[in-house]
Design a protein around this ligand. Sequence first.
Ligand code: ZN
Length: 250
Amino acid sequence: MLNKRIIKNLLNVKHTIIDDVKMTADNSLVVHVHPSKGHQCRCGICGKKSKFYDNGRGRRQWRSCDFNSTMVYLEADAPRVKCKDHGVVTASVPWARHKSRFTYDFEQLVAWLSLNCSKKAVSQLLRISWNTIGPIIIRIKASLDPNPNSRFDGLKRIGIDETSYRKGHKYMTVVVNHDTGKVIWVAKGHGKSVLTKFFELLIKEQRKSIEHVTADGARWIALCVEEYCPTAVRCIDPFHVVQWAMDAVD
Ligand SMILES: [Zn+2]
């Protein structure tokens, strides 16, 4: 007898009803599922309850984490709904992100491995094509940081500096929020054209709220601050003051 609860626990899915489990001729495990009642007919983008539109392209499969060496797929209907805000879209499913053919857990595994192994190793180990890895990472990043621009809300005291990597051969520009102690923006290179990209990302109100900018004495930083935050006070950060004093003493 099929123990659906064990299968559901192994799959680590929520709000999902297991209908059936089948082995295919090529030894893959296909678990037939459907979303539980409260999670049906929801917009794939915003998740709001929406009206059923049509059956879309019929049934669809999502790759889940392997059970030992057996590949596991979830299979379910993929109907479309008509959302008030987003129009006709594929309904959301509780086991995977919108537009993904992989479950949450599988994408999580890909992202973790990608941070620790080469793309080739991830692709061979998980038996996926290497060009699906990038889109998975993009989806995870978007879910971790759904509104990147909100990082620039309510900035008061920021710090700008350049730092080198690859043994001083390459530079990057870093902007920090002194009030939260967090890095809010990083870009390759340095100079006015690079820093301009940061200030261009900010809306008028966000630029206006900046009261203090710490930096070294670089002219390109001063020029950008003068142009985009003319009312902000520029401060020389103590790190550089100490560094210059030590150089002078030497
Ligand atoms: Zn919607």
